[in-house]
Design a protein around this ligand. Structure first.
Ligand code: CTP
Length: 397
C-alpha cells in the first residue's frame, strides 16, 4: 500500500521512542521507503543502528552528520522535501515547542521546515506536561499552520501517572500514515454509506437468529472509501472488527435497526453499498421471558423483514449509485442479475459460497461485478483490493 512512497519518521526523546522500531518495520512491510531522523535524546532510548537495520537507510541525528557525498542532496533539505509524509512520534514538548517557534537547531527540527508534505505530530509526554497551557498553545499553533495532530492515547504512563499522553498503538500510527498518503483522494466530497456484518433477530432475552457474516467485506469497503477521501458512514451489525480510521460507525443489531439507520443515512448519500448479510426473516414475536423447552419439537413463526436494498432502489435519487451484494450457492450469475433488476440496483457484487477464497470469514474474495451493461469477473484478491476495484468501477460508471 505504500509502494513508491517516501515516509520520514521523526523520533524525539520520549520513552515510547522504542515503539517506533515496530512502526518502521510495519511500514517496510507495506513497501515504503522509510527514512528516520532522531534527536540526540531519542538515541538514548533506541539506537540509530536499530532503525538503519530495519529501514536500510542512514539515520540522521545532527545536520553535521552529513557526509561529503551528501553535498549533492543536502540531507537537511532533501529529507524533508523528498518525503511524501512525515510522522513525528513520539513528539516531546521540546520538539513541539521548537517547531512551533520555528527553531532549527538539530536535524529533526530542521528537516520539517522545507517539507511540503503532510506532517503528522503525535504529542507524547506526562499528562500534566501535556496539559501545560504553553504546550497546548504550541499544539494549537501547529494545527493552525496545517500540521495534523495525532491525539495521544490515555492510560498508564511510564512516569507512573494515569492519563492522556501515551503514544497510540503502532498499528494506529501506520493507519494514519496510510490515510495521509496511501491513495489519491479521488472520492473527496462524496458521501458513502456502507452496511456490514450480520444482523441479530431476537427470539427471547437470551437467544437470537444470525448468520456467519464477519463483516470483513463491508469494513474493507468503508476503509477503502475513507482512504480515497470520502465521508463514510458504516452501519454495522455486531462484528469483532476495528472501525477503520476516518469512518463514522453506527452500530445496529436487528434488520429493522439496519433498515432505519441505512435509509436515514442514505438520504443524502452519493453511493450506498449494502454489504451486510441482513436477515430475510425475523421471529414474529419476541418473548419477554426465556422460552422454556418441552418434550416435543418447536416451531418458530417468522415474519419477512424489510428489504433495505429494494427500498433504496425505489427511492434512488438521480446521480445516486446503489450497489448490492449477492451470495449464492447455485446459479450465481443468473440469480444476481435478477436481484439487480428486481431491486433497481446499479451494481450487484456476486460471490459464490462454493469457491475457495470467497465469502464469509476469509480475508479474500472472488467477485463478479454485475451491471446492466454486463459482467466483470475479478480475480481472487484481498477484500481491501476488491473494495478498491468496486469503487473504481462505481467512479467509472
Ligand atoms: N438485503 C437487504 N435487505 C434484506 C435482505 C438483503 O438490503 N432484508 C441486501 C443485502 O445486503 C445484499 C442484497 O440484498 O446487498 C442481496 O441479498 P441476498 O440475501 O443475497 O438476496 P435476497 O434478495 O435476499 O434473495 P435470496 O435470499 O432469495 O437469495
Amino acid at each position: 500500500m505504500l509502494q513508491g512512497k517516501n515516509v520520514l519518521l521523526g523520533v524525539s526523546g520520549g520513552i515510547a521512542a522504542y515503539k517506533m522500531a515496530n512502526v518502521a518495520s510495519m511500514l517496510m512491510k507495506l513497501h515504503a521507503d522509510v527514512h528516520v531522523v532522531m534527536t540526540r535524546n531519542a538515541a538514548k532510548f533506541i539506537t540509530p543502528e536499530t532503525f538503519e537495520v530495519l529501514t536500510k537507510n542512514k539515520v540522521y541525528l545532527d545536520t553535521f552528520d552529513e557526509q561529503p557525498d551528501d553535498a549533492v542532496h543536502v540531507p537537511h533539505i532533501s529529507l524533508g522535501t523528498g518525503a511524501d509524509v512525515i510522522l513525528i512520534a513520539p513528539a516531546t514538548a521540546d520538539i513541539i515547542g521548537k517547531i512551533a517557534g520555528g527553531i532549527a537547531d538539530d536535524m529533526l527540527s530542521t528537516v520539517v521546515l522545507p517539507a511540503r508534505c503532510p506532517i503528522l505530530i503525535c504529542p507524547s509526554m506526562n499528562v500534566y506536561m501535556l496539559e501545560n497551557p504553553i504546550v497546548q498553545d504550541n499544539i494549537s499553533k501547529l494545527k493552525r499552520f496545517g500540521y495534523e495532530i495525532v491525539e495521544p492515547a490515555e492510560g498508564y504512563l511510564a512516569c507512573g501517572y494515569e492519563g492522556k499522553g501515551k503514544l497510540p498503538e503502532e498499528s494506529y500510527l501506520v493507519e494514519r500514515i496510510l490515510h495521509a498518503v496511501a491513495r489519491e483522494k479521488d472520492m473527496a466530497g462524496k458521501k458513502v454509506v456502507v452496511s456490514a456484518g450480520p444482523t441479530q433477530e431476537s427470539l427471547d432475552p437470551v437467544r437470537f437468529i444470525t448468520n456467519h457474516s464477519s463483516g470483513k467485506m463491508g469494513y474493507a469497503l468503508a476503509e477503502a472509501a475513507a482512504l480515497r477521501g470520502a465521508k463514510v458512514t458504516l452501519v454495522s451489525g455486531p462484528t469483532a472488527l476495528k472501525t477503520p480510521y476516518g469512518v463514522e460507525r453506527v452500530d445496529v443489531l436487528s434488520a429493522e435497526d439496519m433498515y432505519r439507520e441505512v435509509t436515514g443515512a442514505a438520504a443524502d448519500a452519493d453511493i450506498v453499498v449494502m454489504a451486510a448479510a441482513v436477515a430475510d426473516y425475523t421471529p414474529r414475536t419476541v418473548a419477554d421471558r426465556k422460552i422454556k423447552k418441552n418434550d416435543g419439537d418447536l416451531s418458530i413463526p417468522l415474519a419477512r423483514t424489510k428489504d433495505i436494498l429494494k427500498t433504496l432502489g425505489e427511492k434512488k435519487r438521480p446521480g445516486q449509485f446503489i450497489c448490492g451484494f449477492s451470495m449464492e450457492t447455485e446459479n450465481l450469475l443468473q440469480n444476481s442479475a435478477e436481484k439487480l433488476r428486481k431491486k433497481n440496483a446499479d451494481m450487484i457484487c456476486a460471490n459464490s459460497l462454493t469457491q475457495e477464497g470467497a465469502g464469509y470469514q476469509v480475508d479474500t474474495n472472488i467477485l463478479t461485478l454485475i451491471t446492466k451493461d454486463g459482467n466483470e469477473q475479478l480475480p481472487l484478491m484481498s477484500k481491501l483490493d476488491a473494495a478498491h476495484a468496486i469503487f473504481d468501477k462505481i467512479l467509472a460508471l
